[in-house]
Ligand binder design. Sequence first.
Ligand code: AMP
Length: 209
Amino acid sequence: MIFIFLGPPGSGKGTQAERLADEFKIPHIALGDILRETIREGSETGKVAKGYVEAGRLVPDEMTIKIVEERIKRPDCKNGFILDGFPRSRQQAEALKEALAGQDYKVIYIEVPLELTIERNAGRLSCANCGAVYHLKNNPPRQAGICDKCGGALYERKDDNREVIETRFKVYKESTAPLIDYYKDKLISVEGTGDIEGVFKRLLKALGV
Ligand code: AMP
């Protein structure tokens, strides 16, 4: 089964995508994580991506499309996968449509009011090693600064400051939100307010699991 997650920054889509990937035993492909990894490695792609990611702008389509096309061809994707953070533009959606021609997929839209997503972004902590996401208030790690899953160090993403968060919302509204209409025939909307467990239960119910 192939799932695509849509939702504004801070909607909790990454957390839900990770839970669903565990449930179905399929890879969780988070493009933001892949890009941050290429930046850490200092590869050519990473050098180009850095400025965009840190400013909260979209990395050029040609680059993200190529990364995703290559990633979903890998053998671990043969029974399905979850895309989180891709597509984020019409051009990416068109490219994905071609790459997935003949395959069935569902688009999950995590719906949350704007004020809540801003609050969730501020206070978010990410694991430098495995990419797991925590929140100081809503989902704190058991031990401060340490990832529950892998023991990696937690850090606050550079693009989680208020100014960059505002840019990310603007980009979301302009480029990504129109995809809700683009996918209207495949869209499954899930109310994303409340705790992680409650949202996940609603998600499974909406998928008929
Ligand atoms: P995320 O971890 O999903 O919040 O993504 C962090 C940043 O990575 C975004 O603000 C963009 O700069 C970049 N990024 C992630 N996904 C995409 C995409 N599909 N297209 C372009 N840039 C992306």
